[in-house]
Design a protein around this ligand. Sequence first.
Ligand code: 13P
Length: 256
Amino acid sequence: TRKPLMAGNWKMNLTHVEATGLVQKLAWTLSDKRWDPERSEVVVLPPFTDLRTVQTLVEGDRLKIGYGAQDVSAHVKGAYTGEVSVEMLAKLNCGYVTVGHSERREYHHESDALVNAKTLRALSGGVTPIVCVGEGLDVRQEGEQVPHCLAQVRAALTDVSPEQVAGLVIAYEPVWAIGTGEVATPADAQEVCGAIRTLIGELHTPEAAESVRVLYGGSVKSGSVAAIMAQPDVDGCLVGGASLQVDEFAAIARFY
Ligand code: 13P
C-alpha cells in the first residue's frame, strides 16, 4: 500500500527566518489536528537558502515533517555557477527534490532530456525525485493530455531501473491549474494519474506500477483535497499556494 504524500512547494517564498516560524507553526497545527504520520507523509520543499534551517528544526525537535529541494543540478560538481549538486542536498538530509516543474520547463527552458538527467542524478545521489509532468491549456483543449503527459514520463524515466521507479514520485500538474484557482476535477486527475501508473506497468514492472506514488498538483485546497484523494491512482498532492498557509496545508495533510 502506498502512503499518501502531501508535499508543499514553497516556490520562491519565505526567507530562512520566515521558514522557522512556518515549520514550527505547522508542527503545532498538525498535532492539534491529530495528524497521524502513519496515515500521510508531510514534506516541505523550501528554497535552497532555507534548507539548513529547516533541517536543524526538524531534526532537533524530532518533527515528523520531511523536507527537500525544488531543483538539482544534472552535473556532479564543478564549474557550474549558481547550481546546487545532489551531494549538497544529500548532506542536508533532503529526502526529496522536484525535477521538471512546469515553471522550470517554461522559464528556464528545461527539456525532457535535462529532466531525465536530473532525475538520474538525484537517484544516484540518494535523493528521491518528484518528477513533474503536465499539459498546458492548448493541449488540454485538444484533448491530448494523456499522450502529452505519458511522453513526458517516458522521457524523464529513460534509463531508470524498475527498482528505482518503484521508489520515486511522479507529480501530475496540469499547467492551466497551477496558481489559477482552476482545480482539475477529480476525474481529470484520475485520468492522467491512472494512465501514468498503467504506463509504468508496461515500461517497467507490475511491482513498480503498484508502488510508484503519483501525486496531483494544481490549486489544491483543503476543500478540494478529499475528492481528489478518493481517486484510486492519486497518492498525494503537490501543493503550491496553500502550503504557505499553515491551517490550509495542515488540513490538506489531515485529509483523511
Ligand atoms: P498551486 O497549488 O499554487 O496551484 O501550485 C501548484 C504547484 O505548482 C505545486 O508544485
